[in-house]
Design a protein around this ligand. Structure first.
Ligand SMILES: [Zn+2]
Ligand SMILES: [Zn+2]
Length: 148
């Protein structure tokens, strides 16, 4: 007699021992866990046959399949599918990617601001604030529209 709930490796039919519990329900995974994309079977081609790896993994986890991690581009489909049901879902992996992108953007914006400043200073030789400290206060150049 097979057990009441057997979670099988889709590729080989072998009962997987990798995950005993759904990472979100903290219980033995049921079909609902697959339907809700709590867990999924790894789709990465594995071995010489190119058959899918089939290892069960928690979708909303840092790496996904232990052998085929999200950051290597595997199984990202499941994150998108999961988001279809849960639009606000961000996996920890994605949050990290976003944080990284934000940092890069910040660095790029800072570099652009510096470049713009340098360009402005180079264009306007009269802007020598240090030597004219005692002179009449200069009004800031107004950004008038020149095109009518
Ligand atoms: Zn679950
Ligand atoms: Zn895998």
């Amino acid at each position: 007699m097979p057990p009441a709930i057997a979670v099988r490796n889709t590729a080989t039919g072998a009962v997987s021992k990798a995950i005993h519990h759904c990472g979100e329900c903290k219980k033995v995974p049921t079909q609902r866990c697959y339907d809700k994309y709590h867990i999924a079977n790894c789709e990465a081609p594995s071995g010489k046959s190119g058959a899918p790896c089939g290892v069960k993994f928690t979708v909303n986890s840092r790496g996904g399949c232990l052998k085929h991690e999200y950051h290597n581009g595997f199984n990202l489909r499941f994150i998108r599918l999961r988001r279809g049901q849960d639009p606000d879902l961000k996996s920890r992996w994605e949050l990290e990617q976003e944080a990284k992108a934000r940092e890069e953007q910040k660095t790029a914006a800072a570099a652009a601001a510096l470049a713009a400043e340098a360009e402005f200073a180079a264009r306007d030789p009269n802007t020598d604030w240090h030597r004219h400290e005692k002179g009449p206060a200069k009004t800031k150049t107004k950004n008038k529209q020149r095109k009518n």
